[in-house]
Unconditional design. Sequence first.
Length: 173
Amino acid sequence: MEEKAIIMLGTAGIREAEKILAEKTDELSIKYSARYLKDARHLCGIWRKKQDKYTAFLGVHKDQKYIVCGTEGIFGALFRLGGEYDTGLRAVLKDIPIDQHVIELCDFVDINPYEADSTGCILLISEAPGEAIRQFSENGIEASLIGYTVNNKARVVEGDTVRYLTDPIPALQ
């Protein structure tokens, strides 16, 4: 398989942030200001509206192959993407969109934000990433180039260290 770009729509961990905000209101209000929590809730609300726009856009562009991320987080979705298209991949951690609110809320409950529920984010593979990102942008959709497919089976995220992705939901023994 020739190298192709991996594009992400959305922000990692937003769904998890929504859950944390709903379930830990009292504990969060001790550590964070009311303004900070209001901003975090606003971010989640905006994300809901954008998510509908992503789905509608891709519904019109049926030729575009993509997967919708779920509770497995971005790392799990990347692993699944590699399996779905029978390819290895190399993603760059710093290129994965994530909001500071998400990082801090996930840290508050000791969850890796890249493994946190990212339901609604979309990963897609593109042979023409510049054109794809331009089309998304013209339609008010934020898209980020986060990596490439590779000609082996390794599914890797590069950051300060190299992380080899594994199946977040291993087969039952």
